[in-house]
Design a protein around this ligand. Sequence first.
Ligand code: ADP
Ligand code: MG
Length: 240
Amino acid sequence: MIHIENLHKSFGQLEVLKGIDLKVYKGEVVALIGASGSGKSTLLRCINRLETVTSGNVIVDNIKLDNSVKNISKIRQEVGMVFQQFNLFPHMTVLENVTVGQIQVLNKHKAEAEIESIKLLEKVGLKDKKDVYPKKLSGGQQQRVAIARALAMNPKIMLFDEPTSALDPELVGEVLQVMKQLAFEGMTMVVVTHEMGFAKEVADRVIFMADGVIEEQGDPKEVLTHPKSERLISFLRLVR
Ligand code: ADP
Ligand code: MG
């Protein structure tokens, strides 16, 4: 589903991605871990062209990301993204947040879009909150709405960038539970996370990034319990 070849990305003089090669297969769940500043967000953002790339290839579902506006918009529709800050539209209800993209981007009729939205809200456990405004919700509830909103575009791939990092600890579980369910249903997912328990339990593969390169990767239990590289060993000491 995702094929990245020799990806380099610089911001001015600062080289942030230094030659990333990565394939993500259909239905695979990849956990991306690494210290702050190692390039995890930049890598995710290159997958749906929220960042331009300096060199290298990014191919998503056989669509090559070049400067073609048509390809970029196709890929953005296929790739849903959930951020640390939920970024819900504050002036819209929960239902409107999940519905608006279906109407504006997928050209659905309002009634049809709302039926789909309610299904998705049920899936994330928030059907009863459909008429509430985001500020009345807890962080965990807001993030679950953000997930429903991303799913409403019918993505083939979901990217999560530290989806639970802004949450109070007691709210982390409800969001991870929704993500776990998605993974179970076969969604292709790349998840930047510090939740090592989630990585171990749900991910098919863990990728450790350090200083713009993939330093180590493999089976989560193997990589997290028997890390090989010095940098991963010291990183795991810090996050545990
Ligand atoms: P991570 O998500 O692993 O914490 P990021 O991908 O956010 O890392 O950032 C990697 C490096 O790139 C950091 O040094 C960060 O300051 C820098 N960076 C990220 N985005 C920009 C930007 N838009 N302009 C300049 N530097 C950036
Ligand atoms: Mg980041």
